[in-house]
Design a protein around this ligand. Structure first.
Ligand code: HEM
Length: 373
């Protein structure tokens, strides 16, 4: 039922509907950066704020400056900093005793506020013109399938955990990588300002998601299993190492895997770029072909190689927001490229990684944005 809900609510209209709001939030971010023009700014809080506002508007048509939105934003930050605390382990995510002690309190208040918003929406439903936001899409799906309100609340909670800081962090990495690789920044900008096909920026986004593999989601076996000859008992915790897969030189063409080389997605790894999710809420990358240098035809990848690129997970729980996330990254990056040149404050770009639930830049960097004339 959950997957039906996610498929329906994330279907093509949801992504199409988001475009205007995403563009407005990207423009607001640019306006804030113009205010600080020339001085170093810590981008992380600004990006979090932008994507939190986007969530409120896209999912709930809620004014980001309203009291309830501000309260929810504080709760999201609290939940996120607990989840990304380096001492939080995978076991905490599957309900084993851990350090997530503050989460139940946050959860209770967040649930109460979401329920109040849902109740208010039901009351005003007759005045609304069709499906205008994500909550409308979920309520429509509920009427069709008859599931309970808990599922709606749980989905909104998933969105706040899965759909805000993931995008903000990926964009932060992209900005840092562009600060370090000025020639890539220039090339992406000239493509954006031109009229042609915009694949270089897409390649930069995918290369960022590969190099700085965003999210590690554990799994627990619900029954005894055998995987590749390994016997796994019910209850075994599995930690798929998507970072290792994305950094395994044996599986990747287009140059050293520890370097930022967007061109690999235009050449050797082009089939992955062509497999972009578009509007299908399912994993597009597994089993894509690989065009080896000199090979007459691309060959389908198998085994571990077929699963080498999993920024959005795989299988039944594949990220339903992947098309939206890619569209958001593209729109924000394009707006920033059009408006500014940027570089890091102090000359040296720090790309060191903090590993927890997500892979985050270890030290929040300060960037200098110079408006383009
Ligand atoms: C660059 C940004 C993003 C990345 C890297 C990302 C990655 C992921 C990953 C790895 C998962 C877990 C998949 C699994 O368990 O196998 C996931 C789940 C999920 N994502 Fe995303 N995500 C991103 C953005 C978004 C956005 C923008 C939304 C929605 C607004 C979203 C909504 C969700 C939801 C609802 C789930 C849970 C699906 C389920 O429980 O079945 N994500 N995401």
């Amino acid at each position: 039922m959950r997957s039906v809900l996610l498929q329906e609510a994330f279907a093509a209209p949801a992504v199409a509907r988001s475009k205007g709001v995403v563009e407005e939030e990207a423009a607001k971010l640019c306006a804030r950066l113009v205010d600080s023009a020339g001085s170093p700014v810590e981008v992380r809080p600004m990006l979090r704020k932008a994507f939190t506002s986007l969530f409120f508007r896209w999912a709930l048509s809620l004014d980001p400056d309203s009291g309830v939105a501000q309260r929810l934003a504080t709760l999201f930050e609290g939940a996120w900093s607990t989840l990304t605390d380096p001492v939080v382990t995978a076991s905490d995510f599957v309900g084993l005793p851990g350090v997530t002690g503050t989460l139940p309190k946050i959860k209770r208040e967040r649930t109460r506020l979401f329920r109040e918003l849902i109740t208010a929406r039901r009351r005003s439903e007759s005045n609304r013109a069709g499906e205008t936001d994500f909550l409308d899409a979920m309520l429509k799906s509920q009427k069709k399938h008859g599931f309970g309100e808990d599922l709606i609340v749980e989905t909104l909670v998933s969105l706040t955990t899965a759909g805000i800081s993931t995008v903000a962090t990926s964009l932060e990495w992209l900005l840092l990588l562009f600060a370090k690789h000025q020639s890539a920044q220039t090339q992406a900008r000239s493509e954006i300002l031109g009229q042609g096909e915009q694949r270089y920026l897409e390649a930069c986004i995918l290369e960022t998601l590969r190099l700085k593999t965003p999210l590690f989601v554990p799994r627990m076996c619900l029954e005894d299993l055998e995987v590749s000859g390994w016997g796994l008992k019910e209850g075994t915790l599995l930690l798929p190492d998507s970072y290792k897969l994305a950094h395994d030189q044996a599986h990747w063409g287009g140059g050293p895997v520890d370097e930022f080389r967007p061109e690999r997605f235009l050449n050797a790894e082009r089939p992955l770029l062509d497999a972009l999710p578009g509007l299908r809420p399912k994993c597009p990358f597994t089993g894509a072909s690989r065009a080896d240098a000199g090979a007459a035809e691309a060959t389908p990848e198998k085994g571990a190689t077929a699963f080498k690129f999993l920024p959005f997970g795989v299988g039944a729980r594949f990220c339903p927001g992947a098309p939206l996330a890619l569209s958001e990254l593209h729109i924000f990056a394009a707006a920033l490229l059009r408006a500014f040149d940027w570089q890091v404050d102090g000359g040296q770009v720090d790309l060191s990684e903090a590993y927890s639930f997500t892979l985050t830049p270890l030290n929040p960097s300060r960037l200098i944005f110079r408006p383009r004339r």
